[in-house]
Design a protein around this ligand. Structure first.
Ligand code: SAM
Length: 288
């Protein structure tokens, strides 16, 4: 690469005094949009989570630009400087290491403060692991909850897992590969082994893989293998009783009869099934 070539791109000037939030690839560099590329080439400077990651994009698309690091460790210090630069007429692009800035990545506080200062923001949308996993899962995708990484503190984690188990919408979670099996067993405990999920690994990359089915099946497929790469999980929402069909009700009736024949009182069996299936105790009594 020579420097003359690096700067000989066609100018498509970004606006002055604007913060551009730019989505970048989540693995496959070819997913960078033409618009994102133009902005990254032509802004006054790029605020990036890790300069080494952004340099990979610059090397692939053969351009250079001014980089400043902007991450969770230095954001408080850097925000006033970025706002000053924007006020003085610069155009700045905010990128994270991968995907959309501000989605489990730095950016939220900067965007909030930039807006507070009356400075214009333009988003150049790009890939996001959560949305990519959701739309490829085959699970209901028009209404969903995004939880990001679950909290590590036990109580808080249990509270969110309980919420997920009751949620009627699909839930999307980020998790690291070495904690995946542990998370799946927690999901099984809260949602039951039959709840449908899809684990997406290495989206947009060479070893992209989608492992779907009931939680029990997915655990079986994964427990004896090494799990590497980046992981996003989609969990199907709990069935709403209004969505249950005749077949579902006849299965519940069979379960009810089994429980009663095994010695459980009708009241306890109905209470248990009502909680498990998210329907009223009366609906269960009617089945009996
Ligand atoms: N800002 C990013 C986005 O828009 O998706 C997310 C950043 S978050 C720090 C990183 C997490 O996203 C990873 O630990 C993983 O859970 C998920 N992730 C990122 N890239 C992925 C990929 N290619 N395949 C599956 N999950 C991915």
């Amino acid at each position: 690469m020579n420097n003359k070539n690096l700067s000989s791109h066609k100018k498509s000037e970004p606006e002055s005094n604007v913060l551009y939030i730019v989505g970048t690839p989540i693995g496959n560099l070819n997913d960078l949009s033409t618009r994102a590329l133009n902005i990254l080439k032509n802004v006054s400077l790029i605020a990036c989570e890790d300069t080494r990651q952004t340099k990979k994009i610059m090397a692939k698309f053969e351009f250079t630009n001014n980089l400043i690091s902007f991450n969770k460790h230095n954001s408080l210090k850097k925000i006033p400087r970025i706002i000053n630069d924007l006020n003085s007429g610069k155009s700045i692009a905010l990128v994270s290491d991968a995907g959309m800035p501000s989605i489990c990545d730095p950016g939220e506080d900067l965007v909030k403060d930039v807006k507070k200062n009356g400075i214009k923001i333009i988003c150049i949308p790009g890939p996001c692991a959560a949305i990519t996993a959701l739309v490829s899962s085959g699970l209901p995708s028009s209404k969903f909850t995004f939880e990001g990484f679950l909290p590590k503190k036990k109580l808080e984690r249990a509270r969110i897992l309980l919420e997920i188990s009751k949620n009627e919408k699909s839930t999307i979670i980020y998790e690291s590969p070495h904690r995946l099996i542990n998370l799946l067993s927690e999901l099984k405990k809260f949602c039951g082994g039959q709840r449908e999920i899809e684990v997406s690994r290495e989206l947009t990359k060479i070893f992209e893989e989608h492992i779907g089915g009931g939680i029990d099946d997915v655990i079986k497929k994964l427990e004896n293998r090494e799990i590497l790469g980046e992981i996003t999980i989609v969990i199907k929402g709990r069935k709403n009783s209004n969505n249950l069909n005749d077949n579902d009700f006849s299965k519940i009736k069979e379960e009810l009869i089994e429980l009663v024949e095994a010695g459980l009182s009708l009241s306890s069996a109905a209470k248990y099934l009502a909680k498990k299936k998210n329907i009223s105790k009366n609906q269960i009594y009617n089945l009996y």
